[in-house]
Design a protein around this ligand. Structure first.
Ligand code: ATP
Length: 304
């Protein structure tokens, strides 16, 4: 059973106060992009996880892998014996690891969808979303895909009307950034001064509904950007280079270090990618579009 699952970019990420449970209160708008991981789940005598592709060597293959945590969480939910789990998970990574694009969460969501099919579970999307939320803040959105407003830790998802397709260029960095470190840096910057904060989310939702990339470009914003740039000053150059290459605007994706550049149309995205890849400001570039659907079985029966 193979599931394809997209990466996400945050079009808007407002980081509020730290809650009693240690998480920050978020208001975010996610969009899923045509950059994907593929996760195959199969019955096997030697249970475990295998990882191939983009950044595979940095991904754990033990119980720390979010995909394996998804196996255990779903098994627990349906009362299967954890000691008897005859499941093998193969992850083919296209999403950069520790890139701010929620690759691990994507794999967890894909594993939930794949296993629910493999085990022929009578389980609805809402129930699956509840299990997903226990695995991580971004996991429910990765099930859902499209464009959505996330609140709470980001796990409470409401679909957002988004007209047309948006065209993006992604700049992958060398090495990743650990999400907790970026939040820590933001906390530090806020103790020291007033790093910029994004505005209200409503205009972003209106721009999405209009489908006009020029309008959306002016409103892209991410409170984590100052922290990511503080930890990785080179990102400032990358962001400038994307705009100089003709993108409408650029933003750090989530906790970074991937930068996402919104372009006027598909042709512009190709031109921006060509120029950016020659500018020496990133490891590699990708042209993608969004929104796309969330975790989906490929080449088999669809949803559980
Ligand atoms: P986010 O934006 O959700 O905070 P990210 O996209 O920056 O996360 P991920 O690639 O999702 O980063 O994961 C980062 C960490 O999680 C890495 O330290 C990695 O070793 C670990 N990890 C666990 N499972 C996975 C997985 N299936 N794929 C990628 N990383 C994983």
């Amino acid at each position: 059973m193979t599931v394809r699952v997209p990466a996400k970019v945050n079009l808007h990420l407002a980081v509020g106060d730290v809650r009693k449970d240690g998480f920050h209160e978020l208001t975010t708008v996610f969009q899923s992009l045509s950059l994907t991981d593929e996760v195959t789940v199969a019955v096997a005598e030697d249970p475990g996880v295998e990882v191939q592709g983009e950044g595979a060597s940095a991904v754990p293959t033990n119980g720390a892998n979010l995909a394996w945590r998804a196996v255990e969480e779903l098994a627990r939910h349906v009362g299967r014996d954890l000691a008897e789990l005859k499941v093998r998970v193969l992850i083919r990574k296209g999403i950069p690891v520790s890139g701010g694009m929620a690759g691990g969460s994507a794999d967890a969501a894909a594993t939930l969808v794949g296993l629910a099919n493999l085990w022929k579970l009578e389980i609805g999307r809402d129930e699956l979303a509840g299990i997903a939320a226990n695995l991580g803040s971004d996991v429910p959105f990765m099930l859902h895909g499209g464009t959505a407003l996330g609140t709470g830790r980001g796990e409470a998802i409401v679909p957002v009307l988004s007209r047309h397709t948006f065209h993006w260029v992604l700049a992958f960095a060398r090495g990743g950034l650990a999400t907790p470190k970026v939040y820590g840096e933001l906390d530090r910057l806020r103790l020291e001064g007033e790093p910029p904060r994004v505005g209200e989310v409503e205009p972003v939702l209106e721009a999405l509904a209009s489908g006009e990339p020029h309008r959306l470009a002016q409103l892209l914003g991410n409170d984590l950007q100052a922290a990511a740039v503080s930890l990785r000053p080179g990102l400032r150059r990358t962001l400038r280079a994307g705009v100089a290459a003709g993108a409408l605007a650029g933003t750090v994706s989530g906790s970074g270090p991937t930068c996402a550049f919104l372009c006027a149309d598909a042709d512009d995205a190709l031109r921006v990618a060509a120029e950016l890849s020659g500018a020496g400001v990133c490891r590699t570039v990708r042209v993608v579009h969004g929104p796309v659907p969330g975790a989906r079985v490929i080449g088999g029966d669809d949803e559980p």
